[in-house]
Design a protein around this ligand. Structure first.
Ligand code: CP
Length: 316
């Protein structure tokens, strides 16, 4: 008998997910969105949300998802924690596990910070399920799942869809997660933006094009935030927001050239009038608000996968 649920011990990357697992998570997220998912925790579950980098969407929607699933959330403030006294991330998780936390949602500036928490030595016994809320320029699996849900809602499939990813590719964990997943799901990828942000890593996934050659051809325009906080001072001194908007941004003229069914996505936060003309952020082809709404349901499905994978809350 096939299992309708995904079961994972941790959810830290999209790299190893199968098409079957992704589609089950999407369908489960849709069921949570419709209010038809049969879900009930029979035993208490406790989660801690640990954000070592700033966040509005990911943090609030994980917390909303936890509350909607009946998970109790435990506050954690990095600046007020004993990590300021030198306690390691591992020892902090060991502490939170010891006091009863079952799950930790973590955003951290270090790529693959989660390896030390999930690939344990024989002498280590940490027993907390880790959900990665973004690691440096590595992965952003929950953004990826909500993006896939948003695309699936529009088109009902991925196979053969043409997707343009435009912007600050080098620094983007969203680009990395989404390009890996979209390739797995059968979409065709194109990249655009400043050419020095397009490296060999991206060539393996799709070709580099001019924005103006893409907008009337693709089904999905995925804009990336220019991540000033990850640029060197010299790089950022040379950045010209108006010039970027003119050359790579979605403005009214490019918007009008897109097909009626084409959708524009942005993970947020948006640099208005840089990646996207401000007046178009809530325009009919934009899915910016839908993405944020879908973030709650995609994260509910991800949390459920780890709850089931760890048999928490009386779930099997
Ligand atoms: N997209 C995203 O990760 O947004 P936040 O940084 O606000 O969580």
């Amino acid at each position: 008998m096939t299992d309708e649920f995904v079961r994972l011990p941790h959810f830290v990357s999209v790299k190893d997910l199968t098409v079957d697992q992704v589609m089950k998570i999407i369908h489960r997220a849709q069921a949570f969105k419709r209010g038809t998912a049969d879900f009930y925790l029979r035993q208490p579950v406790y989660a801690v949300n640990m954000f070592f980098e700033n966040s509005t969407r990911t943090r609030s929607s994980f917390e909303m998802a936890e509350r909607r699933l009946g998970i109790q959330t435990i506050p954690f403030f990095p600046q007020a924690s004993s990590m300021k006294k030198g306690e390691t991330l591992y020892d902090t998780l060991l502490t939170l596990g010891a006091v009863g936390c079952n799950l930790a949602v973590i955003r951290h500036s270090e790529n693959e910070y989660y390896n030390q928490l999930i690939n344990l030595r024989p002498d280590q016994h940490l027993n907390v399920g880790i959900l990665n809320a973004g690691d440096g320029s590595g992965q952003h699996p929950s953004q990826c799942m909500l993006d896939m849900l948003t695309i699936y809602e529009q088109f009902g499939h991925f196979d053969g869809l043409k997707v343009a990813i435009i912007g600050d590719l080098t620094n983007s964990r969203v680009a990395r997660s989404d390009m890996q997943m979209l390739k797995t799901l059968g979409a065709t990828l194109y990249f655009a933006g400043p050419e020095n942000w397009f490296s060999d890593e991206f060539k393996a996934y799709g070709e580099y094009c001019d924005v103006d050659d893409l907008v009337d051809m693709v089904d999905v325009v995925m804009l990336l935030r220019v991540q000033h906080e990850r640029h060197t001072a010299g790089e950022d001194d040379q950045f010209d927001a108006a010039a970027y908007h003119k050359q790579y941004g979605i403005n009214q003229e490019r918007y009008d050239r897109m097909k009626d069914q084409t959708i524009i996505m942005h993970p947020g936060p948006i640099n208005r009038d840089v990646e996207f003309t401000s007046a178009l952020v809530e325009a009919p082809k934009s899915r910016f608000v839908n993405q944020m709404q879908n973030g709650v349901f995609a994260r509910m499905a991800m949390l459920e996968a780890v709850l089931r994978g760890r048999q928490l809350g009386g779930l099997e």
